[in-house]
Design a protein around this ligand. Structure first.
Ligand SMILES: NC(=O)c1ccc[n+]([C@@H]2O[C@H](COP(=O)([O-])OP(=O)(O)OC[C@H]3O[C@@H](n4cnc5c(N)ncnc54)[C@H](O)[C@@H]3O)[C@@H](O)[C@H]2O)c1
Length: 416
């Protein structure tokens, strides 16, 4: 198989996770991309990732601190995988298209609609591929969840109820997750949640929400980062920071198909941690998949009781995974899996890389394209806008910048 030369741009926590994903793809026997270079404005981070790549992949990528230099020195590189902090995505993706690269860009595509539109304009001019790194829907149990809903097993969707509460006044993952202009935690995590909510039930069209910053001072707690992906930089985290991004947003959302969603995203919760989700329809309910955990779905149907685990597969006899996820997770029909979180995480990103390679090679369209990426962001920002305006906000208003009070300071910060 032809291997498309690629580079990772952004060698922090997620850059390392993407490297592990490449390892999974290489070992699957289906690799269609090859890591040639890593680029980071912090040379030491790029060197660290290149060291890791040499150890994990067995070959050392070339280190760059600018994409322009990379283009000059290695014109054979066809695609960049952008894993820089979220605030910078629009700048880096725009430059990447100007330089003639295909792009896989981590979510969110940008922090504002204007930023997304800058990327979309550059992408359209370039004629290259743009895929947004939204991996969670690619989880085998999420695919099964989607098949169950599409098959009408729980009937017409009535409601999606979803929430999580945790965090207290700890720094969550990394300090910039508390800075509005770089990518606050509500948007950072929220685009994943919204993507799932719309993947299952279709587009959301209107949101009413209340948001808060409960904990404007955040402290370095016992746990920083995700798994051990950020350990290398742990000493760089200050003991305390001033947070200016929302840490609680409670939303009610209307779907285009008439369903109603309720979403609580609470990152300043002290005490007991909670996480819940249910989708209700006219015939029953489904407790949706928790991606990367492998837990079985639970379906409860009027008159038929509760169905879980592999029995769920009988409800969708035609459901099967594509070849690569089936190879990575071990079967093309899974009702649950025991793969550890770190492996499930890299397998899902491996699927993104594989799809990128396919899109470049044969014109396949990416599943999560620029418009889905922009809409995922628009729903989050509609919630934040709604809280400021004290009224419900449509996604159409946000996507067309008819109101952008929340986004305006971010646009000002980035001078866009
Ligand atoms: N899909 C997921 O599950 C998931 C999980 C974690 C993070 N992410 C996303 O990945 C991205 C990176 O997050 P992270 O936690 O790795 O951040 P990070 O802060 O750990 O790493 C960012 C890296 O980008 C580099 N960088 C910044 N500006 C740059 C530029 N102009 N050119 C080159 N390098 C630059 C930084 O020096 C740093 O090394 C974010 O957008 C985040 O939302 C996605």
């Amino acid at each position: 198989m032809i291997k498309i030369p690629i580079a990772i741009v952004g060698a922090g926590g997620m850059g390392g996770r993407h490297l592990r994903a490449l390892d999974a793809l290489y070992k699957s026997g289906m690799s269609n991309v090859e890591l040639i270079a890593v680029c980071d404005i912090r040379r030491e981070n790029a060197i660290h990732l290149a060291d890791k790549a040499e150890e994990i992949l067995g070959s050392r990528p070339i280190v760059f601190t600018s994409m322009e230099q990379m283009k000059k020195d290695r014109p054979d590189i066809q695609a960049v995988d952008i894993t820089t902090d979220s605030g910078s995505h629009h700048l880096i993706a725009e430059l990447a298209f100007e330089l003639g690269y295909n792009v896989l860009c981590e979510k969110p595509l940008s922090l504002t609609i204007r930023g997304c539109n800058r990327v979309i304009e550059a992408w359209k001019k370039s004629g290259k591929v743009l895929s947004v790194g939204e991996q969670e829907r690619r989880d085998p149990i999420c695919r099964l969840n989607k098949a169950i809903i599409d098959e009408g097993i729980i009937g017409n969707p009535y409601s999606f109820i979803q929430g999580s509460a945790r965090g207290g006044n700890d720094i969550i993952i990394w300090p910039w997750r508390h800075y509005k202009n770089i990518g606050g935690i509500f948007v950072d995590a929220g685009v994943h949640t919204v993507d799932q909510m719309m993947y299952y039930l279709g587009d959301i069209e209107e949101v009413f929400a209340v948001s808060k910053i409960w904990e404007p001072k955040r402290y370095k707690g016992e746990k920083i980062g995700v798994a051990n992906f950020y350990d290398h930089w742990v000493n760089e985290v200050p003991d305390e920071i001033d947070a200016n991004a929302e840490d609680m947003v409670i939303s009610t959302m209307k779907y285009k198909n008439g369903a109603v969603g309720q979403w609580t995203s609470f990152f300043a919760a002290h005490g007991e941690v909670t996480e819940y989700g249910m989708i209700y329809g006219s015939k029953g309910s489904i407790r949706p998949a928790k991606q990367r955990r492998g837990d079985p779905l639970t379906i409860t149907l009027d008159g038929a009781g509760t169905i879980s685990g592999n029995d769920v597969l009988e409800l969708v006899p035609n459901f099967h995974l594509d070849e690569l996820p089936a190879r990575l997770f071990g079967s093309e029909r899974l009702g649950s899996y025991n793969t550890p979180f770190e492996d499930a995480d890299r397998f899902l990103v491996a699927l993104e890389y594989f799809e990128l390679g396919q899109c470049i090679a044969d014109g396949t369209k990416p599943e999560v394209d620029a418009y889905i990426g922009r809409k995922d962001l628009a729903v989050c920002n509609a919630a934040l806008e709604s809280s400021i305006l004290g009224r419900s906000v449509t996604i159409e208003e946000i996507e067309n910048e008819k109101t952008s009070v929340y986004e305006s300071s971010i646009n000002d910060h980035w001078k866009i």
